[in-house]
Write a protein that binds this ligand. Structure first.
Ligand code: SF4
Length: 432
């Protein structure tokens, strides 16, 4: 039985108990929300990730890091290093988006080395194989797609992105939109090419029950991909995007009825003033299914800084109810991320998630801030660095400061307000 099927039968699984313990909530709360489709625990029995995580309503905001080869760079060892660095930087999940080299071997090695839930996008492998075998994506057989999904599930993938909402109808709507950036989802673009050339419906939509049967067998959580997500702020919240979201809501309901855990992927590039509306729409149209947002990037003008444009959007989205943030690195739109890009991307996205958790009133989040503030007040740099979300950076910055003053920093040195207040307070005490 899947986690969802057990939750519906009032069974609290070991995984639900662990999530509840980590989050500081009652196991019954987790069970109930899973039964309602508002929390998922990605946990394929063939992987059994050591570090579990629950994603959804009432839980802390989670962070995903994307790794994986491309046709230009397919070094397995480099990707395994990215697994390690993502885990140590505090990612909650990983996605292997490989499209280069031996994709199956890369996935299997990553799974062996990944203590976190792992996600993939099976259509990528099906498309790459189709190009090698038949010469083009359009020649890909429907059976190739389902074989890829089955292999990923069998290997132990805990959640997979499936762009089931890219349909003949949504493509027709796209034609009337006059978008600036058209379609920026790789999975979406692959399926659009296939649908247009073959004049057939998206097999992931047409045979959705077959998809569900595979996912149910291995308890793979389906992440319903947003193939029509906006790739420019000018395209945000248009009819094509919202029509796909309506469809994803209906598919999510079908998945849940069949006992399959499901979450919904969201945009993309969205200006700040539209983020809350996007979250409200997702929660309403998808009946509270966990919302997994890819950024959103709040402006298009900052290549090289897109870890920041995405973190701003992620913090706002999570404050309004998004549950899961996919990181964006500084190399977004430019190249495959380096090791340092990955590390920094995870940290920056965790800051966004934490800022949202504070706004959501999560006690654990506030306690962390209070502890670091207390250390800061005492000018206890050792403790402040230890408590920092990324101790490496403040330790390096502090080391670089060449000052003889040890109980202040070079920012205000002898006029350190914390020190002056401490002195003023002790004088007041002496007088009492
Ligand atoms: S010198 Fe200024 S910045 Fe540095 S610890 Fe004191 S108050 Fe803070």
């Amino acid at each position: 039985m899947t986690q969802l099927e057990q939750a519906k039968k009032n069974i609290i699984t070991a995984q639900m108990r662990r999530v509840a313990r980590d989050e500081g909530v009652a196991p019954e709360f987790v069970r109930e929300k899973i039964a309602q489709g508002k929390i998922v625990i990605p946990y394929n029995k063939n992987h059994r990730p050591k570090k579990l995580c629950g994603i959804g309503e009432g839980l802390s905001t989670k962070v995903n890091a994307n790794i994986g080869t491309s046709s230009d760079s397919s070094k397995l060892n480099a990707e395994l290093k990215k697994v390690k660095i993502s885990v140590s930087a505090g990612a909650h999940t990983l996605m292997d988006l490989s499209t280069g080299g031996n994709i199956a071997k890369t996935r299997q090695r990553i799974l062996q080395n990944c203590p976190l839930p792992l996600g993939t996008v099976p259509i990528y492998e099906a498309a790459v194989k189709a190009v090698k075998k038949y010469g083009s994506i359009a020649e890909m057989r429907e059976e190739d797609i389902f074989q890829s999904i089955e292999e990923h599930a069998q290997d132990g993938v805990d959640f997979f992105t499936l762009h089931c909402g890219v349909t003949t109808e949504s493509i027709a709507r796209l034609k009337g939109e006059k978008r600036i950036a058209d379609v920026v989802s790789r999975g979406g673009a692959i399926l659009i090419e296939w649908i247009l050339k073959n004049k057939k419906e998206n097999p992931l939509y047409q045979y959705f029950n077959r998809v569900l049967d595979i996912a149910r067998r291995f308890d793979v959580t389906i992440s319903l991909g947003d193939g029509m997500r906006p790739g420019s702020v000018a395209d945000a919240t248009d009819r094509t995007q919202i029509q796909e979201l309506v469809l994803l809501g209906e598919l999510a309901e079908r998945a849940q009825k069949r006992g399959v855990q499901v979450m919904i992927e969201g945009p993309g590039h969205v200006p700040l003033d539209q983020i809350q509306a996007n979250v409200v729409l997702e929660k309403r149209l998808c009946h509270g299914a966990p919302f997994y947002v890819l950024g959103p990037l709040v402006t298009d003008i900052a290549p090289g800084y897109d870890h920041i444009t995405a973190a701003i959007g992620g913090a706002v989205a999570a404050t309004h109810g998004a549950d899961f943030l996919c990181y964006v690195t500084r190399s977004e739109h430019l190249r495959l991320p380096s090791l340092e890009d990955v590390r920094e991307g995870v940290v920056v996205t965790r800051i966004a998630a934490h800022a949202a958790d504070l706004a959501k009133g999560r006690k654990k989040a506030l306690d962390w801030d209070i502890r670091i503030s207390a250390a800061r007040k005492k000018r206890d740099w050792k403790k402040q660095i230890k408590l920092a979300i990324d101790p490496q950076r403040p330790a390096k910055v502090r080391r670089q400061s060449r000052s003889n003053i040890t109980d202040a920093c070079t920012m205000c040195s002898e006029y350190c307000s914390l020190k002056l207040m401490e002195q003023a307070k002790s004088k007041l005490k002496e007088k009492e």
